[in-house]
Design a protein around this ligand. Structure first.
Ligand code: NOJ
Length: 517
């Protein structure tokens, strides 16, 4: 699939729009917002899992890969939604969660019913844990003892998310069939959850992923005639400059692109209060662009998703400079080389949500952290969860400042920041994102051009995009603003301030210039 023009928007349906007032977002809600997405200008959506699921991990515990959950609206509503997205020229990719299923999936119910059951080998069972792997969500060992059959099964995530056994060829065939099922329904591709974990090295304490058969498995899945043209993006925490060619090199029959996380994994410990250094974030993003440009593939551009805190709180200033930093970060996402992925709410500059009681949180990872890390004071644990927890991305989108019934405590700044209010404001983040998207669509130098860093220091980041005789230069100021040694030359395409001074960037100022060659 051609990727030059794609601009993705990630929808986490449970938290996007609730059409029937039950407090849960649903697919009718998504459908009602197609016009909104069209107006924003995106042309592709990634919908996170909306299949049947007990929702221990909000749908990332799939109980039936071929059925849309009734709570989300069921199969019919999905088909209607898909058709309407397509009618509006918006592509749709689904989430393929293939490293694990729910413990309520029929395969697992069979598998744990007895050692001789034909589904036993669909999962990873051992008499004793072969290693000390821990669950990624906290809560201790990744090996859970099953009383009935007196063996342990592997769950890299929650206890209720048993890992599939990819060494079993039948499992691989089952997942291929799932992929084909959705392609036959007309979806345009897949975002593949923790894809690099499907091949493991059990003898290695750090071996839960990036194993020796990984690329063979990915090729089996996506190197087929049927899958050749669909869009695929793998969530690959292990992707790096050395192996990215294997994941998405043109001749590989694997993936269109990957989500790599160098720029978001800045601290050893996930829950921390340290403000990241924007220079470092930009260095890492630029590095990925250089690497992928060299091998002629596109990387992904993103600062948010449903597992990350809000970018304006994390990298910007969500009070004094909320508008400026949200729009500058929009520039980083939409003007560099690669395929942009916006996350719902980013386009109105939603910030993190602030809560003083653990009852306001739902995410299994945050709850485990709160329960386990008792050596840290309660107040500090809450502060860390407020800063880094995944619920920040999962609170229902505040479409208005009105009362909102919600499965998760509502966004704490709803009265001050909501879609309706943002769009009515003179300094509207939404309006600026629209302009960013319009510039990306109009300028080939942005959508297809080469990328090069011009300057990167503690105060700002400047890069250029070039295509034939077109050259666009983007300046991004950090918190303190920056003095430049050259003045801006050329036509100003975008500026998130009303004005500019010749050789200076104000705090979080974004200036986009059509430069002279
Ligand atoms: C990555 C997903 O993005 C996250 O939300 C989920 O909890 C884990 N994989 C497990 O599926």
């Amino acid at each position: 699939m051609r990727t030059d023009d794609l601009i993705f928007y990630e929808i986490y349906p449970k938290s996007f729009c609730d059409s029937d007032g039950d407090g849960f977002g649903d697919l009718e809600g998504v459908r009602s917002k197609i016009g909104y997405l069209k107006d924003l200008g995106v042309n592709a959506v990634w919908i996170t899992p909306c299949f049947e699921s007990p929702n221990v991990d909000n749908g990332y515990d799939v109980a039936n890969y071929r059925k849309i959950s009734e709570a989300m609206g069921g199969d019919e509503v999905f088909e209607k939604l898909l058709k309407e997205f397509h009618e509006h020229g918006i592509k749709v990719i689904l989430d393929l969660v293939a490293n694990h299923t729910s413990d309520q999936h029929e395969w697992f119910l069979q598998s744990k019913s007895g050692k001789d059951n034909p589904y036993r080998e669909y999962y990873i069972w051992r008499q004793t844990p072969p290693n000390g792997w821990k669950s990624a969500f906290g809560g201790g060992s990744a090996w859970e003892f099953d009383e009935r059959t007196q063996e342990y099964y592997l769950h890299s995530y929650a206890v209720e998310q048993p890992d599939l056994n990819w060494e079993n060829e039948t499992v691989r065939k089952e997942i291929c069939a799932v992929v084909d099922f959705w392609l036959d329904k007309g979806v345009d591709g897949f975002r593949c959850d923790v894809l690099d974990q499907i091949s493991k090295v059990f003898e290695d304490e750090n071996g839960n992923g990036n194993g020796p058969r990984l690329h063979e498995y990915i090729r089996e899945l996506f190197g087929r005639e049927k899958t050749k043209t669909c869009f695929t993006v793998g969530e690959c925490w292990a992707a790096n400059g050395e192996n990215v060619r294997l994941f998405c090199g043109k001749d590989r029959g694997e993936l269109t692109t990957v989500f790599a996380f160098d720029h978001l994994c800045l601290e050893k410990e996930k829950f921390n209060l340290k403000k990241p250094c924007l220079r470092e974030v930009c260095e890492k993003m630029a590095n990925w662009q250089r690497i992928t440009q060299e091998i002629g593939v596109k990387n992904t551009l993103f600062l948010e998703n449903h597992d990350q805190p809000r970018s304006v709180s994390r990298f910007g200033n969500d009070n004094e400079y909320r508008y400026e930093s949200a729009t500058m970060l929009g520039g980083l996402t939409l003007l560099q080389r690669g395929i942009p992925f916006l996350f719902q709410g980013q386009e109105i500059g939603l910030t993190n949500s602030y809560h003083t009681d653990i009852s306001a949180f739902n995410d299994v990872e945050s709850l485990n952290y709160y329960q386990e890390r008792t050596e840290i004071s309660k107040a500090e644990r809450l502060a860390r969860i407020n800063a880094m927890g995944r619920d920040n991305a999962r609170r229902l989108i505040p479409w208005t400042d009105g009362e909102q019934r919600s499965w998760l405590a509502p966004y704490s700044r709803k009265n001050e920041i909501n879609v309706e209010k943002d769009r009515a404001e003179e300094k509207s983040v939404f309006a600026f994102y629209k302009r960013l998207i319009a510039v990306r669509k109009a300028e080939r130098a942005i959508s297809q051009g080469e990328f090069a860093v011009l300057d990167l220091d503690d105060a700002h980041y400047a890069f250029e995009r070039r295509c034939e005789d077109e050259r666009i230069v983007v300046y991004c100021g950090f918190e303190k603003g920056a003095q430049l040694d050259k003045k801006f030359e050329g036509e100003i395409l975008l500026n998130n301030y009303a004005d500019f001074s010749e050789k200076e960037l104000l705090p979080y100022q974004l200036i986009v210039i059509r430069a002279k060659q």
